[in-house]
Design a binder for this molecule. Structure first.
Ligand SMILES: Cc1cc2nc3c(=O)[nH]c(=O)nc-3n(C[C@H](O)[C@H](O)[C@H](O)COP(=O)(O)O)c2cc1C
Length: 214
């Protein structure tokens, strides 16, 4: 059995962890109010309640500089559609400071209600965030933000706020070594619990009571 497993050399560890996180466009503004947008695949919801989002960025990039200066950012999630994902790739290009990548990519700005960075119309879900903390380490900056407001195209969720999977079409980026590859999900898979000890019941009950129709 062990013979079926193969250790990978360190140079392949990053590509082994594929896909990365949900593809996202993070918008920020600089101190002069100029809009910046960049592509991210490291954004993850790390706390359920209150919802907190973390991602990592470069220590020299505009996104990190802007959010450290202003304390605000918006995470915009695109669907698994070729046209918008091409634009995600464009905003990931190294444009000069002060260039509005949304204009370069032909994306539509929509004002946010709680923060200065705009939302993006072509992205169907938006999380307006205030920075809680940042930490510089290695050559990266880790950012944690608290969500102040979240919006969605109104036909894409049900009355209880659950996403309609085949309309939302969540999409993950495979990772930098894969360059241009994304994977999409159009339906979730319900998975049973083939374990009948007391923990199974207790676990399900506590999850349900915590999240049921909050
Ligand atoms: C799909 C995609 C995902 C990306 N994910 C990340 C990421 O998670 N972290 C990161 O630092 N850069 C990531 N990048 C690269 C940045 O988008 C790129 O460096 C960008 O120029 C940064 O812009 P800024 O200087 O305006 O912040 C990604 C690029 C693409 C196309």
């Amino acid at each position: 059995m062990q013979d079926d497993l193969v250790y990978q050399p360190e140079k392949y560890w990053d590509r082994l962890w594929a896909p990365g996180g949900h593809a996202a466009i993070v918008t920020t503004v600089d101190e002069a109010g100029r809009v910046n947008a960049a592509a991210y695949a490291t954004a993850v919801r790390i706390v359920h309640n209150p919802v907190q989002i973390a991602f990592t960025t470069s220590q020299t990039g505009h996104t990190g500089n802007n959010l450290k200066a202003t304390g605000q950012f918006v995470v915009n999630l695109p669907p698994f559609d070729r046209e918008i994902l091409e634009k995600v790739r464009i905003v990931g290009l190294p444009f000069a400071q002060g260039v509005n990548e949304l204009e370069k990519a032909g994306l539509t700005e929509v004002p946010s209600t709680t923060v200065k960075p705009p939302r993006i119309l072509e992205c169907t879900r938006h999380f307006e965030c205030e920075v809680v903390w940042t930490k510089d380490w290695l050559y990266r900056t880790m950012v944690v933000g608290s969500v102040l407001a979240a919006s969605v195209h109104k036909t894409l969720v049900d009355a209880k706020g659950y996403i309609i999977w085949d309309k939302v079409k969540p999409v993950a980026f495979c990772g930098a070594p894969y360059v241009n590859q994304f994977v999409g999900t159009t339906e979730p898979m319900a998975v049973g619990m083939p374990y009948d000890g007391p923990e199974a019941d207790a676990g399900e009950k506590s999850t349900r009571s915590y999240f049921e129709d909050m």
